[in-house]
Design a protein around this ligand. Sequence first.
Ligand SMILES: Cc1cc2nc3c(=O)[nH]c(=O)nc-3n(C[C@H](O)[C@H](O)[C@H](O)COP(=O)(O)OP(=O)(O)OC[C@H]3O[C@@H](n4cnc5c(N)ncnc54)[C@H](O)[C@@H]3O)c2cc1C
Length: 419
Amino acid sequence: MLDEYYWLNKHDPNYSLCRATVKQGQDAHTDGKFNLSQKGCMEIMKLFFTKDEDLYDKTIEDVFDEEVLNSTFWLYWRTMFAFENWHSALEMKLYIQRFIHHIGGLPDFSALKFTKYNQYESLILPMKKYLEEAGVEFRFNTEVTNVLFDIKGGRKVATQIECKVKGQEERIMLTEDDLVFVTNGSCTEGTIYGDQNHAPNGDAEVRTSGCWSLWKNIAKQDPSFGHPEKFCSDIQKTNWESATITTLDDKIIPYITNICKRDPKSGKVVTGGIVSCQDSRWLLSWTINRQGQFKDQDKDKVCVWVYSLFTDVPGDYVKKPMKDCTGKEITEEWLYHLGVPTDQIEELADHSAVCVPTMMPYITAFFMPRAKGDRPDVIPDGCVNFAFLGQFAETPRDTIFTTEYSVRTAMELFTDCWA
Ligand SMILES: Cc1cc2nc3c(=O)[nH]c(=O)nc-3n(C[C@H](O)[C@H](O)[C@H](O)COP(=O)(O)OP(=O)(O)OC[C@H]3O[C@@H](n4cnc5c(N)ncnc54)[C@H](O)[C@@H]3O)c2cc1C
C-alpha cells in the first residue's frame, strides 16, 4: 500500500492549476497569495503562541477578526480543512502548528498526496484482507449500546458489553483480561443519502444515533469518560453536505477542462485538490481525483466530488439551501459555478449527470469548541481493560479530522500498554 501511494505521487505529483473561481467559472487568480495584512499575520502568530488552556471553549471568531476571516488565506484554510468561523480556536492553533511546514504548499495543494483509488478501495479493503488473514473476525450488524463498568477505589473495570445483534439484545461478559476499545463518536454517524430526485431531507435534525448514545451511556458512569454533548448537541454547527456527480456523456467535460486545465480522463491528477467557488453562497467546492476513482468505474464517466460548508442558505442559481436540494438541483448549482450558460443548465443536470447527495450531520463535531476533559484520555486514569480510540479520544500527538489521529490513538494505546 505504501509503495503504491509513494510511487504514484512521485510520478504524478499533485498540484492545482486553479484553486478558486469567481463569476461563474472564471479563475479567481488567487495566484498563490494569502492576502493577509500585517495585523492579520499578527493575529495568526498570537494564536500560534497562545497556551492551550487560554483557548478552552473559545471560537475562531474570538481570536481572529475580519483581517484574517476576509483573507484569501482563510478561503484556502476553511475550504481545505472544513473549519467554520464558530469552530474551536484551540484546534485551529493545533492545526497551524501541525501543518506549518506545509504552508508553502497550501495555495496550490502541492502539499497534498492522494491514493490511487478512493480511500476505501486503496486503504481499507487491503487492510481488512490483511487483518482477516491474521485472524481478525469482523462482525457486522452489531450495535454496541453500552459498556458497563465496575468502579472501585480508582480501578475501572469494564465488566459487560451490551449490544444488539441484528436487532436482538445481547450481552458479552468480560474479565479483566479482555480488552475493550471503543471508538467514541464518528463524523459520519447519522449520514443521510438522497438521490438524483430526492433531497437527503431534514430528518438530520432529529435522528438519534448509535455512537453518540453509546458514548453518552459510558460517560454517565465516570467523569473521566468525557462530555459527548459538547460535540453532538448542535448539528446546525456540525453538519455539511457533500455529493458525487457522475457525468453520463461528454457535454460537461469542456467546462471542467476550462477550469482545471487538464484532461479529466487521463487517469492522472485532474483538479489537484478542491476548486472553491469563492463567491458561492453555499461556499461550494469541487474536486476530481484521478479517474477511475472507483475500480469498477466506467472509463468514459467522470466522478466529481462536491461539498459545501453552508447548507442552510439559498444557492446562487438554485434558490434553495443545499440541504433541501435533490441531486439534480445540486448539479445545477455546480454547473452554474462551472460557467455553463444558464439556458443549458437544466438540460445538462437532467441528462448529462447523475448526483447522489450525502448529508452528514456530525461531520465537524470534533471541531466544536472544547476544554480539557471534554475528550477522554485514550486510557482514562484507572482503566484496567478499557480504552477509547479515534477522533474523540484525547492525544496531543496529532490533529483531528485525519486518519492519522485515529491511528495514533491506537499506537498510543499499545505503547502505553507495553510500557
Ligand atoms: C468526506 C470526508 C473526507 C475526509 N477527508 C479526509 C482526508 O482527506 N484526510 C484524512 O486524514 N481524513 C479525512 N477524513 C476523516 C477520516 O476519514 C476519519 O477521521 C477517520 O475515518 C476516523 O476513523 P475512526 O476509525 O476513528 O472512526 P470511523 O471511521 O468513524 O469509524 C467508526 C466506526 O464505528 C462504528 N460504530 C459507531 N457506533 C457504533 C456502535 N454503537 N456499535 C458498533 N459500531 C459502531 C461505525 O459504523 C464505524 O464503522 C474524511 C472524512 C470524511 C467523511
